[in-house]
Ligand binder design. Structure first.
Ligand code: 13P
Length: 340
């Protein structure tokens, strides 16, 4: 297959109606934080056991079209020796890989951050491809206040996202472009909308400068929400404001927009996605690429005990089903308590 057809095939496999992505790409420190909550040590074996549990959940491929993995997981194996990326692929779930190296403080810009990891990326991608990865993710984060993010942070992160996306496409790997406007703080929803709009404008300008093919990428943005310390917004309001910003900034050529959950509760993340899809018709597919909102319920069911694995898998399947319904604007609260 030539590179263009390969990128198209991966996009088609990921952006299917009524399916979303599972983000299971927590870095070492992040997964340690998640495990700490349930009293589990973050050893290599425990991380393998957890990710093995997720990927071997029976029926997961009905609702999940792709999984984002961390580098370590790409090389790990299931109990029967199957490489974990292959375990996902057997379920019809496309394996992907987080390729950024995390964020650092942006020099001379107090409070702003920039994501690194471009050096050597083309070479690393060749290796990831051999291990089965067909798509990638790079996350930029933006702290919000009256003054943040500054212009330099918006530009530097847009440039890095675009360079990353171009390198991925050249390697035959579909890039997920993830600019995350953080929920932390007491800012208003209007401020979040303003920042998100500025960030997305800068990102799509940079993607254009770097000749990234919009049809062969996916966007993973945050929703427009009030800061965590500023209260709560009704789903209809979140939906209206988020879609308004996206309509102003994201070309219709982008096939899919897969939201991150960003600290919303699992139910909030589902309800807000559902409210957006009730605004159909929309120019792009709106779906989910949740980490915490998909993993928290099964993590609490598992608690590091193999005896709880089957129940944790049922809980993951149920949460995935609810989000799949939200992709179609067909979520119904009564299904929250339905048997998994
Ligand atoms: P959350 O859904 O927990 O925000 O994670 C998604 C993700 O991939 C963050 O980079």
């Amino acid at each position: 297959m030539d590179r263009k057809s390969e990128l198209q095939a991966t996009v088609d496999a990921l952006a299917q109606a009524g399916k979303g992505l599972l983000a299971a790409d927590e870095s070492g420190p992040t997964i340690a934080k998640r495990f700490e909550r349930i009293g589990v040590e973050s050893s290599e074996e425990n991380r393998r056991a957890w990710r093995n549990l997720l990927l071997s959940s029976p029926g997961l491929g009905q609702f999940i079209s792709g999984v984002i993995l961390y580098e370590e997981t790409l090389g790990q194996r299931a109990d029967d020796g199957t490489p974990l990326p292959e375990l996902a692929a057997r379920q019809g779930i496309v394996p992907g890989i987080k390729v950024d190296k995390g964020k650092i403080a942006l020099a001379l810009a107090p409070g702003d951050e920039v994501t690194e990891g471009l050096d050597g990326l083309a070479k690393r991608l060749a290796g990831y491809r051999q291990q089965g990865a067909r798509f990638a993710k790079w996350r930029a984060v933006y702290n919000v206040s009256d003054k943040l993010p500054g212009w330099a942070a918006v530009q530097a992160n847009a440039e890095a996202l675009a360079r990353y996306a171009a390198i991925c496409q050249e390697a035959g790997v579909v890039p997920i472009v993830e600019p995350e406007v953080l929920m932390d703080g007491a800012h208003s929803m209007a401020r979040c909308a303003e920042v998100t709009e500025a960030v997305l404008h800068a990102v799509f300008h940079a993607l254009h400068r770097h000749a990234v093919v919009l049809e062969h990428m996916l966007l993973k943005p945050s929703m427009v929400l009030p800061g965590k310390e500023a209260g709560h917004a009704a789903p209809a309001e979140v939906a209206m404001q988020t879609v308004q910003v996206l309509r102003r900034t994201v070309p219709a050529a982008v096939p899919g927009i897969f939201f991150l959950s960003g600290g919303q509760t699992p139910t909030e993340a589902t309800v807000n996605l559902d409210a957006m899809n009730r605004l159909a018709p929309l120019p792009w597919r709106l779906s989910f690429s949740y980490g915490r909102a998909l993993q928290e319920p099964p993590l609490l069911a598992w608690r590091g005990d193999a005896a709880n694995a089957a129940q944790a898998q049922r809980v993951l399947l149920q949460r995935s089903r609810l989000n799949a319904m939200a992709c179609l604007g067909q979520y119904d609260e009564a299904q929250e308590n339905a048997a998994g």
